[in-house]
Design a protein around this ligand. Structure first.
Ligand code: NCD
Length: 302
């Protein structure tokens, strides 16, 4: 286990994840642990974010850190300063960097430059590892275990970085994985092969949801900002929806998760159903992100 940074699910192992879970369980019950009053955490978000940015900032503050939020609009990025120079400066000012970028590989690039730990808070369509840690923690907390759960990944599997990290995490913990996506938005076949080969699992590709089989329904929105033609996004968005009717024959303990934001892919009435657990999932973001920051700042993740 070598984890100075949190960049991709490709680099982390069960030992690190179990440490995150252990610490998150403690932080869930004692949410103030002012351990790092001498540390400064920088959040650097080049793409919009509500949960990831705010929950990382809240988690850092609950650990006693000071938080500085980089505002791109009033920064020298606007004058044309490179990401490399920006990262170098932040690295010399703070102790931990949390970065979101539209570019795949940006977090890895930043980690190579920084001597301090870097967290990938989403890099284009590539990876979103802290979200996956929250997702796995939520499944474990609400269903008791991840192994052997029938987990359906539903939505834009081509562009959603949350799904590209999650498929790794689910396979690592022995879940049964089913993929359902609109035509043209399937998960990259190479990624599927990579995960199947690495974890010796079979990933099931389905044309539609089978609610009689489903234990966890993980939904994501159509990532329209990553489409060449916005009209194409609108077309699939209207077709692909979780409705009350669709979940009427679900198993009684089925849960619906979503990284949020949700737009039109979940009917409003579904929020009121006993199956909807995405707000609870978002709340687990605080203890899980406290655990991540704690592991990286204490260097226990190494
Ligand atoms: C996701 C993201 O930014 O990838 N949001 C999040 O961090 N919870 C999901 C999305 O934008 O669809």
């Amino acid at each position: 286990m070598v984890n100075l940074d949190l960049i991709s699910f490709r680099d982390i192992d069960k030992e690190f994840i179990n440490k995150v879970f252990e610490k998150a369980t403690i932080f869930e019950h004692s949410s103030d642990a002012m351990k790092y009053t001498d540390k400064i955490v920088f959040t650097l978000f080049f793409e919009p974010s509500t949960r990831t940015r705010l929950s990382f900032q809240t988690a850092a503050k609950r650990l006693g850190c000071k938080v500085v939020d980089f505002n791109e609009k009033v920064s020298s990025t606007k004058k044309g300063e490179s990401l490399k120079d920006t990262i170098k400066i932040i690295d010399s000012y703070g102790d931990l960097l949390i970065l979101r970028s539209e570019y795949e590989g940006a977090a890895r690039f930043a980690a190579d430059i920084s001597k301090n730990p870097v967290v990938n808070a989403g890099d284009g369509s590539n990876q979103h590892p802290s979200q996956t840690l929250i997702d796995l923690y939520t499944i474990k907390r609400l269903k008791g275990r991840i192994k052997d759960q029938n987990v359906f990944l539903f939505g834009d599997l081509k562009h959603a970085r949350t799904m590209h990290s999650l498929i790794y995490g689910l396979a690592m913990f022995g879940a049964n994985i089913y993929l359902v996506s609109p035509y043209g938005l399937e998960m990259d076949a190479n990624l599927i092969k990579e995960v199947e080969h690495k974890f010796n699992v079979k990933i099931n590709i389905m044309k539609k949801l089978d609610m009689s089989l489903c234990d966890v329904l993980y939904v994501c929105r159509i990532q329209k900002e990553r489409f060449q033609d916005p009209y194409e996004a609108k077309k699939v968005q209207d077709e692909f929806k979780i409705t009350k009717k669709l979940i009427s024959n679900a198993k009684k303990d089925m849960i619906i998760l979503h990284p949020l934001p949700k737009i039109d892919e979940v009917e409003r009435e579904v929020d009121e159903s006993k199956y909807a657990k995405y707000f609870e999932q978002a709340a687990f973001g605080i203890p899980v992100r406290m655990a991540i920051i704690d592991l990286l700042l204490s260097k226990e993740g190494n």
